[in-house]
Design a protein around this ligand. Sequence first.
Ligand code: DNO
Length: 356
Amino acid sequence: MKATLRWFGPVDDSVSLAQIRQIPNVVGVVSALQEIPVGDIWPLEAIEERKRLVEASGLKLLGIESVNIHEEIKLKGAPTQKLIENYKECIKNLSKAGIDTICYNFMPIFDWARSDLAKDLPDGSNVLSYDKDLIEGKTPEQMFDEITSSSKGYSLPGWEPEKLPVLKNLFSRYKGVTEDDLFENLRNFLSQIIPIAEEYNVKMAIHPDDPPWGIFGLPRITSTEAHLEKILSLVDSPNHGLTFCTGSLGAREDNDLPKMIRKFGDRIHFMHIRNVKIHEPGKFDEASHLSSDGNVDMYQVVKALHDIKFEGIFRPDHGRMVWGEVARPGYGLYDRAMGVTYLNGLWEAINKENSK
Ligand code: DNO
């Protein structure tokens, strides 16, 4: 498997490509043009420019995280068809620039959600954390305000400020939208874009819900093994696969991650690997990557990946803020570098054990 880090580009990341280049075995980054409004076509020149920048550092641009899906597509509103055509153009342009993996999600309104972006831990580090009681006590607007105002000035993909003024309207439009409706809207999207992904040799990789349960009464369809199985069956194509995020899925104890990895096998195109410490259902902190710091058994996760001969890209996912680092919540350098190094160690050990 190929190790990458997520990199938010030259003006919106505290971590440089030169720093990433020095982490052992990290061969590339995944990135995005988050300055382009959701729903617009990504111009080929802008993609190539980002690629040139990455390659000049000695790294490769190994995937896009994310080309976000416009809310109208999820709602199958009037402009859906035009927006799907735009999405197809993005796929084509990314393919022309040599990109073969695209991550996206189909979560209504909010991407990931947390009740605290910097919860202090006893060891002096801080982490992103989720407490359903705190979330349920807020209005969506309050949560939106709190999250965007704790971003330390960095953009938070999925939390674009232009969403705030239309939040109420979006919520009213999701009233009555069931999980089945959302599955159908996803099917409508996939049935049109996967043929293009096939033609252009691009692997589409849907990211799970984070947290993996409904929030504010919105439908969620990417939280469990059964959900992912259903999603994969919507369109039967190797180009329609998963971003398997152990931190998102792992916040539910009924998700057996190693079993799911073995089951979904070569439909997994991208791995996000991180740990979570579950306090009780609906309450968790993000943790260091180490198995004993959380509920995800990293050895079993990496072993399952080894068993399926996973050759796709992976990235250590969110890290804690340690050593006084100031960075976008979840995306500092130090803890992610420790995380990926630990994962490389597990992979090496399992690999050597198996080749005896
Ligand atoms: C959080 C990320 C997600 C992910 C999107 C994929 O930090 O893992 O925001 O990028 O859900 O579209």
